[in-house]
Design a binder for this molecule. Structure first.
Ligand SMILES: [Zn+2]
Length: 254
């Protein structure tokens, strides 16, 4: 197979590449490993010391759990695989402290982390305080997997075959390209200007103009959007390591 990078937006953590001469089963295995097995840090326990805000403790804990935390996979281990045997130590737990006592929003990024490499990624509002209200809590984040809870998913992945167009005498190629901004008409057929923007609506416009779209399932367009805990490269590298680990385990069982 061959890999062609189509778009790598590092600022927004988006990666799109074309995998030529591959197949759906392989690409889907990588997709499933990313969504379900690549571990990231997320808040699992919240110890509320003070909460006089309008939100219940549970609502604040839920919001914190879903806020992505920058994850350093070299420094942290899954709790069940840790030397402490699940007791909790610096290798399997990250402690953060969140305090707020001023009027206005308390953001996830206001939390102090014991590990300067691993902090909340986005300035997400957790709770809004009015005067004299206060919150103080200690958060414990652990590594986990997306198959246990979506808060431990590193991002979102989707893929599709490269679209090819079947143009006949009845097709209105120019009209189609005028309506769909992702396409352009060139030499009597359609060309894709930006594959990252290709979606179901484009396909529908093609059909309405008498053009059949066939997805080439040997050339897969793979899209990965990271929620920010890991870079796209780290997510892919880790998914491949997990796949190799699983194959080794399988081989050992034979
Ligand atoms: Zn431990």
């Amino acid at each position: 197979m061959k890999l062609e990078k189509l778009n790598w937006d590092k600022k927004n953590n988006l990666l799109t590449f074309l995998l030529k001469d591959s197949e759906e089963g392989f690409v889907n295995a990588i997709r499933r490993l990313i969504l379900e097995e690549v571990p990231v840090l997320a808040v699992e326990d919240v110890e509320i010391k003070e909460n006089s805000s309008a939100l219940y403790d549970e609502m604040i804990a839920l919001r914190l759990g879903l806020s992505p935390i920058k994850t350093d996979l070299k420094s942290y281990t899954l709790k069940e695989k840790c030397k402490c045997e699940g007791e909790g130590c610096a290798s399997c737990e990250l402690i953060l402290v969140l305090k707020g006592g001023k009027k206005g929003y308390v953001y996830a990024t206001d939390a102090d982390s014991k590990d300067s490499k691993c902090k909340f990624v986005h300035k997400m509002p957790i709770v809004k305080l009015i005067s004299k209200q206060k919150v103080e809590m200690q958060l414990t984040a652990i590594l986990g997997k997306g198959k246990e809870h979506a808060k431990w998913s590193p991002g979102w992945v989707w893929f599709h075959g490269w679209p090819e167009f079947k143009v006949t005498g009845k097709s209105d190629v120019k009209g189609c390209a005028e309506e769909c901004k992702v396409l352009e008409s060139r030499g009597g057929t359609l060309k894709i200007k930006d594959i990252t923007k290709w979606n179901g609506a484009c396909e529908q416009i093609c059909e309405e103009h008498g053009i059949e779209v066939v997805n080439n399932d040997k050339n897969m367009v793979f899209n990965l959007e990271s929620w920010g805990q890991l870079s796209c490269k780290e997510i892919l590298d880790t998914s491949v390591d997990i796949l190799l680990e699983k194959l080794d385990e399988f081989e050992g069982l034979l």
